[in-house]
Design a binder for this molecule. Structure first.
Ligand code: PSU
Ligand code: MN
Length: 302
């Protein structure tokens, strides 16, 4: 049984020890509307290539765990409806049943690690949802960061989450949360959350060294690199706070919970900001792809 399928380009890059950056697919199927999702997926790949690394977008297609998608696969995924959102709990079932699913941060980390890809760039990770003390809604992404040795570049956790609780859980789980180039924790659509990040690093080389150091120490798990959104694209917190509050109330009113909650909130915020949240989301994903490529380039140096 072959466990996963590498695209020719990814296979070649890995065989020749060239830098590779993993990319998730839930952001394509559940995180952004058509047709921007396809445009962004292509642009993210192009950005990784421009940064000197090979992109490996990951998804389960007809039961096969694909690491590196061609343009037809990317297009089909971006257009498909009702694609499953896969995390650690459901990836194996989707594969066993020969179905198609998009990988979240957690599932993408598992797949990347299987293929020895150590860097992964995305938009935002899942975290502790507001009201988690009642709902218990804590993303499996956090536990994955604690056990799978992949460095994840994100723009911090989304402001729809409870950021202080998310930081607490990551600390409990022993996950380094490293702000890139600033002291403040970036908050996805805004550069600052009003919270200090536990750690700070200023260069891709230092991040690559810290990743290797964790491995040398025998520590399981990865690192979370929180890369602030470019200044020109950020949406001030004062603009976003009431929108998030409204979206959260709407979700409650409609009884949206579990896996459906994050996609619902993202879509609602997109509507309430008349598309502005999507523009910011695109800018930050591309920014993370650039940093991911730079870290991947450092990682392959001895
Ligand atoms: N960030 C985005 N868009 C997304 C997600 C994150 O900007 O679509 C996805 C990621 O795949 C992440 C998932 O792993 O949401 C978290 O979902 P949950 O909160 O259900 O664990
Ligand atoms: Mn959840």
């Amino acid at each position: 049984m072959t466990l996963f399928h590498l695209s020719p380009a990814v296979s070649d890059a890995l065989a020749n020890k060239r830098p590779v950056v993993a990319l998730e697919s839930t952001i394509i199927t559940h995180g952004m509307p058509w047709p921007q999702n396809l445009e962004v997926a292509r642009k993210v790949e192009a950005t990784v290539r421009a940064g000197g690394a090979e992109p490996a977008t990951i998804a389960v297609i007809d039961g096969q765990l694909c690491i590196g998608l061609d343009d037809d696969q990317l297009t089909a995924l971006a257009q498909a409806r009702g694609v499953a959102k896969l995390s650690r709990a459901d990836m194996a079932v989707c594969m066993a049943e020969g179905r198609t699913g998009a990988t979240t941060v957690a599932a993408t980390m598992i797949a990347a690690n299987l293929a020895s890809i150590q860097i992964f760039a995305t938009g935002g990770i899942g975290g502790v949802h507001k009201g988690a003390e009642a709902s218990f809604d804590i993303s499996a992404d956090l536990h994955e960061l604690a056990q799978t040795a992949v460095t994840v570049v994100a723009a911090g956790a989304k402001a729809i989450l409870d950021l202080p609780k998310t930081l607490e859980v990551l600390e409990t789980l022993g996950v380094p949360v490293i702000a890139y180039g600033q002291d403040q924790l970036p908050a996805f659509w805004s550069r600052a959350a009003g919270l200090r990040a536990p750690l700070r690093m200023d260069t891709p080389a230092a991040i690559a060294r810290a990743h290797k150091m964790r491995q040398a120490l025998g520590l399981p798990g990865g690192q979370l690199i929180a890369n602030p959104i470019p200044e020109s694209a950020e949406i001030p917190r004062s603009v976003l706070a009431p929108v998030i509050a409204q979206a959260t109330r709407d979700a409650e009113e409609h009884g949206i919970t579990g896996k459906a909650l994050t996609p619902y909130l993202l879509q609602r915020i997109f509507e309430l900001t008349e598309g502005r949240s999507l523009d910011a989301n695109i800018a930050l994903v591309l920014n993370n792809a650039r940093l991911g490529a730079a870290i991947a380039c450092e990682m392959v140096k001895d």
